[in-house]
Design a protein around this ligand. Structure first.
Ligand code: AP5
Length: 220
């Protein structure tokens, strides 16, 4: 968890190298749907994409439908990382019910923390590869060749919802709907707080150490 642009996707990719878990990012699922042709998009998906472009949260029912279709991720042998989900109390409660039915439990909920000015800098400078979706930053994680992906040489683009007017709406949606989940997971004894400052590898290392001690406590 964490506000837009804090580095959740970057950390999920790094953590995956250690965990080899299934990475489910609801934002990535919506963006993949958005890159299909208009006639391949259902009316519900078109509506979801219009929320996303503005920076608003997609309605819970649509998000839940998508997550339910991917319930196999929760049964992955290496575990799973949920990135950008749940984002409302309704989603968190629905997830809990689903996991109880599946006989599963969360190991931890990692909350990444950063100041608003650093968040705005990260979002404004983010560039994503059109082909493989790798994420860069114009100054913090620049590609070797400007405008081209290091991994596949695909063209880099700026996300539509990284425009200043959408960033403002996303931050408001986070404060209103997602921030209350911090208390929800803190009182469930699952919350791990991690400062999202410093190089991504160091942040990942701190996260891994915290997760390992959490797992050791659960096994003891
Ligand atoms: P989503 O894609 O989940 O967007 P988000 O939460 O706003 O998060 P971002 O992807 O913008 O940022 P991030 O935290 O992953 O940061 P990143 O690693 O890229 O969702 C998009 C939209 O979909 C939502 O607004 C909503 O409309 C909809 N949606 C999705 N899920 C939903 C749900 N459950 N319910 C309702 N609606 C939903 O990093 C950002 C930049 O910083 C990059 O350039 C990166 O290179 C750089 N960076 C990362 N780490 C560091 C570091 N340590 N130092 C310097 N730079 C860094």
């Amino acid at each position: 968890m964490g506000p837009p642009g804090v580095g959740k996707g970057t950390q999920a990719d790094l953590l995956n190298r250690w965990l080899r878990a299934c990475h489910l990012s609801t934002g990535d699922v919506f963006r993949a749907a958005g890159s299909r042709s208009e006639c391949e998009q259902s009316p519900v998906m078109k509506e979801a994409l219009s929320y996303m472009r503005r920076g608003d949260l997609v309605p819970d029912a649509t998000v839940w439908e998508m997550v339910r279709e991917r319930v196999g991720c929760l049964r992955c042998g290496g575990g799973f990382i949920l990135d950008g989900f749940p984002r409302t109390l309704g989603q968190a409660e629905a997830l809990k019910q689903l996991m109880d039915r599946e006989g599963l439990a969360l190991t931890a909920v990692v909350n990444y923390e950063l100041t608003v000015s650093e968040i705005v800098d990260r979002l404004g400078g983010r560039r994503t590869c059109e082909e493989c979706k790798a994420v860069f930053h114009v100054t913090e994680r620049p590609p070797k060749v400007a405008g081209r992906c290091d991994q596949c040489e695909g063209k880099l683009f700026q996300r539509e919802d990284d425009r200043p007017e959408s960033i403002r709406v996303r931050l408001e949606a986070y404060d209103r709907s997602t921030a209350p989940l911090i208390e929800f997971y803190r009182s469930a004894g699952l919350l791990i707080r991690v400062a999202a400052t410093g190089p991504p590898d160091e942040i990942c290392q701190i996260t891994v150490t915290d997760l390992e001690s959490r797992r050791a406590e659960q096994l003891a």
